[in-house]
Design a protein around this ligand. Sequence first.
Ligand code: GDP
Ligand code: IMO
Ligand code: MG
Length: 428
Amino acid sequence: MAVDILLGLQWGDEGKGKIVDFLSPKYQVVARFQGGPNAGHTLEFDGIKHVLHQIPSGIFHSNIKNIIGNGVVLDPIVFRKEILSLEKYKIDFSKNLFISKKTQIIIPSHSLLDKAYEKSKGENKIGSTLRGIGPAYQDKIARQGLRVGDIISGDFKARYERLVASHKTILDFYKFEYDLAPLEKDFFEAVDFIKKFNIVDSEYFINESVKNKETILAEGAQGSMLDIDFGSYPFVTSSNTMAAGACTGLGIAPAHVGNVFGIFKAYCTRVGGGPFPTELLDADGDTLRKEGNEFGSTTGRPRRCGWIDLPALKYAIMLNGVTEMLMMKADVLNIFKEIKVCTHYKLGNGSLTDMLPYDLCDENYEPVYKTMKGWNCSLAGISSYEGLPVELSDYINFLESQLNVPITLVSVGPDRTQTIISSKTVLA
Ligand code: GDP
Ligand code: IMO
Ligand code: MG
């Protein structure tokens, strides 16, 4: 059985948590392949709203094996908090949560380094979530990171001390003041806490599932435009957020990849710094933020909002081999009489392109929009594609004609039940 991948096509927060939870009953395994506590994946059902940061979004289904993959960077302190916040749901973690031995560990000084680096960048700061993501991946690549499998080894503390010593040198260089002692206390308690969970050789574990023809969904974090190689560099996160990241982040051979579900909002948002071609700094941007409740699930920061960006979506579809697209938050556009779609960028020399410029910060370009009629009515109670207002169908048809990938799911509210699927999907 193939491994399906679900990932964000924009700048994150597309609604991955909602859809992984919605699709979970069709899968036996849900596996997070990258990122860490910079992610905030929101799930809503039965009147409950829950935000997950590192735990896969299949966790509320007792018969699903949830894996935290080797490609993830795990903060033990955040992990412990997340688990404790889930206590009331009586989840049997011994049966449905598995952590890779090869998952890298975020230690408290990683978050301090994140803060020191950001401070030193001044106006050019990335707008990081300051969760220690970049420094933890830096140590992984520098071949000096600590992994979950190390916590049971006798010399874990000594290895930790060596790593912290190198961090202290950098923090001193940046003249960054800190008090590590209370953080270290929390950290070592949390490391002890992790020991009682299933810590596995996840690459064997997942390939056993592949061999047994179990259905597997790989859950991405962030979005393609935040990918370390192909995103709006340097305003990106520090991992491969794309389909290829699922292979390295879980140990799955490319030949096992099946469907790639690309999630996108019916408009666009970005949180943090960096270029955002279709950003609206006017009343329409404020309306999107208000209607979409666009405030970060992890940091609470207001998200920047804008119209949908087809050159960016085409790019993400190309890089990920997207087989189906899932449109989120269509209801947020209910209020608009007119909706705009960025079809091209106009370059400094006057020519039009639907390709992304090399450097979205420096190059001279402006978005070119097509205006479409809005549906301007509520979508409540609609349960099939046939019931969608004609203007929304036109919007979907236009996007499909431009992107050449079917849009097989439309989400019309945050709850699990507010989800409409088309008969064209493999998930029907
Ligand atoms: P993720 O990081 O991709 O999982 O997305 P987030 O959870 O950070 O942000 C998506 C936000 O939109 C959350 O607050 C969701 O509850 C909410 N949401 C998801 N789908 C819909 C939808 O179709 N309509 C509305 N109005 N909200 C939605
Ligand atoms: P989910 O999985 C939206 C952004 C940050 C910052 C940049 C780098 O919920 O979609 P980092 O903390 O990784 O050093 O930040 O990436 N960012 C996200 N934006 N959703 C996320 O995750 C994000 N994770 C990181 O705001 O601009
Ligand atoms: Mg999020």
